[in-house]
Design a protein around this ligand. Sequence first.
Ligand SMILES: Cc1cc2nc3c(=O)[nH]c(=O)nc-3n(C[C@H](O)[C@H](O)[C@H](O)COP(=O)(O)OP(=O)(O)OC[C@H]3O[C@@H](n4cnc5c(N)ncnc54)[C@H](O)[C@@H]3O)c2cc1C
Length: 396
Amino acid sequence: MAGLFAAHLLLKEGWAVRIYERVNSEMAGRGAGIVTHPELFDILDECGIDSRAIKIGVPVAGRRVFANDGEMIGELPLAQVLTSWGRLYRLLWDLLPAGIYHHGYNVEHVHTDSAGVTVAFSNGEEVSADLLVGADGIFSTIRKQLLPDVMPTYAGYIAWRGLVDERDLSPKTRADICDYFAFSLPPGEQMLGYPVAGADEATEPGSRRFNFVWYRPAPRDTVLKELLTDTEGATHELSIPPHLIRPPVLKAVREDAIDVLSPQFAEVVTKTKQPLIQAILDLETPQMVVNNRVALIGDAAFVARPHVGMGVTKAAGDAHVLAKSLAAESDDIGQGLKTFATQRLAFGRAVVQRARHLGVYMQAQIATDEERKLAEIHRRPDRVMAETAVTAGIVI
Ligand SMILES: Cc1cc2nc3c(=O)[nH]c(=O)nc-3n(C[C@H](O)[C@H](O)[C@H](O)COP(=O)(O)OP(=O)(O)OC[C@H]3O[C@@H](n4cnc5c(N)ncnc54)[C@H](O)[C@@H]3O)c2cc1C
């Protein structure tokens, strides 16, 4: 996503752009929703996608919290649009000029010198350019080579995520949660959900899907290891292909859903055919520019826990500031990159910090007095409703 935004915005500024993607085929969403923020719409507009005329996602008018017995215990008006990775990817992809996107190119090595940057791919090809934008995600090969000490760290909890067709839910559950950003808050855990477009991008009530994210503590050496041990007995490091999650693990999460969640959310979980597990990670890079030739953007640079809902908006923002900074210093790439990094390093750090604070109460271990204090503040239902997936509170 960061790469697509960067391509559109740099093309607009007159750059000759090529995108190299290691996946050799059409890409698909990971079956999860994407929260939008006003900045994302502004940048989509700059990319040539008229976000006021085109339906980007499903609008909701507000938020609700449900107690364990199903009673609504909190409500907050807060309009927001919820979309999906697939929808945004398709919109950005369709507008790319022909011939610039290259599938099946896995970056293996990067070399910089005063003349530029050269990238070697595992298929044996090499490409040289004035600038390399490393938009290769949380496990970025480019970052690993240039900044080998920067790595994601496990936050101590996971999210179960999934999608269920709205029409499979009971009329009561649909009425209670399907038009809202809704929560259920068992002690030390957080369940949230919201409507997103259906499989065919349909956004009419009845054809949509309900997307959920259920955060649960999972100490690394015990619970996490159990969850990530697959049907063949192999233990994965930080993620597991959904179809390899063991049946007893799925049975246990469905039983837990009935025990600890509000009945509306228990129904959502038990009716989700293929839930997936996401380990929650933090990633912070100390620099977004290397050797005046390489810029790191999106998840390659900073990954905030999902409580701020900023993954795609941050990626778009990085790309936007990069293109504008380079345009402002059109004969000095190094100076343009410096301006970019000054702005976006501060923003990336602030987003990661805010998300860490919001998530402290789900950590398997709360280590310090400050963390205990944060956990108390941010776990209250009124705070969860007001603070989740909004930009307010991100202080630079
Ligand atoms: C296929 C896919 C589906 C996703 N679906 C969802 C979703 O449903 N919900 C959600 O919240 N988030 C989803 N995400 C994550 C979300 O896109 C990101 O958190 C956010 O948009 C920031 O993205 P990014 O572009 O920085 O990194 P990413 O989205 O991770 O993109 C990085 C890209 O770089 C490519 N790449 C990595 N290494 C190399 C290499 N060595 N050489 C060449 N290319 C390489 C990857 O294949 C990928 O396409 C998805 C990501 C991907 C790749």
